[in-house]
Design a protein around this ligand. Structure first.
Ligand code: ADP
Ligand code: LRH
Length: 480
């Protein structure tokens, strides 16, 4: 039977890549056609994504990929570009770490109380949810002139095909979708003066999204027609689709710039307890709910590594493995770590202020970050099970952090559960598999996961020792 090739465009906050997935009756392999850095730019207007560099990277990647049967696009969530009446992009998309949303949530809650907002949208509080970004941009000339809003993957799909849509899994991160219906929260939008007409019609993973334009074919050397297929365009939705789990009793942690830790459910959890624990209900494939918590993730380490002038990561992690465990921990869920810059001293300050030993060497700071992440993973995995009434036997770690053996081992120890690590390129694999499904090559989610479990290299970490030391560290953090 035929093997088909799919290009997965996967843009993370730290790098973009175009991967080629080859899918056969019982085979799946993934190769990297092109990888490029994603470097946001601090402009006088604020922190902006370099969307043209990303688009150039996508075109270079498609050229390097060669013939494919279809293309799918996923990226980080919440951010968007605005188009004018001619369909031209108005300015560079703002970065979700841009401080323009500071204090905006409080304004919003004065109109729609936080509890009501959660009950209607199921989204955790994060200052950068699209809803808050749109309220922050309310009086800007750019928004006044905008006729269309496209989320980042939808913007790239529009540039590639000329067709505009709003993909649902990513739309669910705007805080303007009702997770029970998968449709817009018309009432919330109306009360906040957000014009839902800005959004292009909703489309779902598997839906056709147009054909590469002639100019794109020419630019990339591809021979048409090449269809673009809608995938779970939120990278985390694609990554969760590629968790190689059997059955339902699993938790996942998608680790990259962020750690997204939680469960796959069939219905949202919209209780007040869930809101105060800051769990989110994002939408996944086939009407599933991604019930998870955002944890600062390897961003903490990326920012230190940037400040230190990019030392070798492998050596840094080996040195961190030798540092005694749990000397000091920080709250890796704290939005205080959201902004870029000065990360080593911000971590040291947090330790000092909480009366813990101050990590000084690079190895000590790295260890503090990894212990803190493992601890935050533990809390999220436990609280999600409790709040959703959905017990698990295993934790799957996917994304770039699956390559970090120390982080995986510490997470297994902290949770007292086995960790299965891999695939590291989960978002790209989920992207590929949804395309393959749309092209009739694979069946339901369970079948996709079975194929991943059979074909992708995975590493298992059994928990060691007792979780009491982790519980004590957690008590230390929460007591403050
Ligand atoms: P994003 O999609 O958010 O850009 P990725 O999933 O690509 O992030 O993950 C990037 C992170 O993965 C890096 O910051 C790094 O910490 C980690 N990582 C990547 N490769 C390795 C490696 N070989 N060893 C340890 N960690 C790694
Ligand atoms: C991870 C991610 C995450 C969002 C954040 C903005 O790349 O998509 O799921 O919360 O970026």
């Amino acid at each position: 039977a035929a093997v088909k090739s799919y290009a997965a465009v996967d843009l993370g906050a730290s790098s973009g890549r175009v991967m080629v997935g080859r899918v056969g009756p019982d085979s799946l392999d993934l190769t990297e056609a092109h990888r490029f850095p994603n470097r946001p730019v601090r402009t006088p207007e604020g922190l902006r994504w370099d969307i043209l560099a990303l688009y150039a990277g996508v075109l270079d990647g498609l050229r390097a990929a060669g013939h494919v049967d279809s293309v799918g696009i996923d990226s980080w969530a919440v951010d968007y570009g605005l188009l004018d009446a001619d369909g031209a992009l108005l300015g560079n998309p703002a970065h979700y770490r841009d401080p323009r949303t500071r204090g905006v949530a409080e304004q919003v809650w004065a109109t729609v109380p936080a509890a009501e907002l959660y009950a209607a949208t199921g989204l955790q509080y994060a200052p950068f949810n699209t809803l808050y970004q749109l309220v922050a941009a309310r009086s800007t000339a750019q928004l006044a002139h905008a006729k269309r809003l496209l989320l980042i993957p939808d913007l790239l799909a529009y540039w590639l095909t000329g067709e505009a849509g709003t993909e649902l899994t990513n739309a669910s991160t705007t805080q303007l979708i009702d997770p029970r219906t998968g449709d817009w929260s018309y009432d919330i939008a109306a009360r906040l003066g957000i014009d839902l007409e800005l959004f292009a019609p909703l489309r779902r993973p598997g839906d056709p999204a147009g054909l590469l334009r002639p100019s794109v074919l020419e630019e990339t050397g591809l021979t048409g027609p090449v269809p673009v297929t809608t995938v779970g365009s939120h990278d985390t939705a694609s990554a969760v689709a590629a968790v190689p789990a059997a059955g339902e009793r699993f938790a996942y942690i998608c680790t990259g710039t962020w750690s997204l830790a939680g469960l796959e459910l069939t219905a949202p959890v919209l209780t007040e307890a869930s809101r105060t624990a800051n769990f989110t209900n994002e939408l996944g494939l086939d009407g599933t709910v991604r019930y998870l918590r955002n944890i600062m993730g390897l961003w903490l380490l990326q920012e230190c590594v940037r400040e230190w002038g990019h030392p070798d990561l492998g050596e840094l992690l080996s040195a961190a493995a030798e540092v005694p465990a749990l000397r000091s921990v920080v709250d890796a869920g704290d939005a205080a770590f959201l902004a870029p810059g000065r990360m080593p001293s911000r971590i040291a300050d947090a330790c000092r202020e909480s009366g813990q030993p101050v990590p000084e060497s690079r190895a000590e700071i790295t260890r503090c970050i990894l212990d803190s992440l493992a601890l935050a993973h533990r809390r999220a995995v436990f609280e999600a099970q409790e709040l959703a009434g959905h017990p698990v036997d295993v934790v799957h770690i996917v994304g770039g952090g699956a390559r970090n053996a120390l982080l995986c081992r510490l997470t297994a120890d902290a949770c007292g559960l086995p960790v299965v690590a891999g695939p590291a390129e989960a978002a790209a694999l989920g992207n590929v598999l949804v395309q393959a499904r749309a092209h009739g090559q694979v069946g339901d989610r369970a079948e996709m996961r079975g194929l991943l479990a059979r074909t992708q290299p995975l590493t298992r970490y059994e928990p060691r020792g007792t979780t009491a030391t982790w519980q004590a560290a957690e008590d230390r953090l929460t007591a403050r």
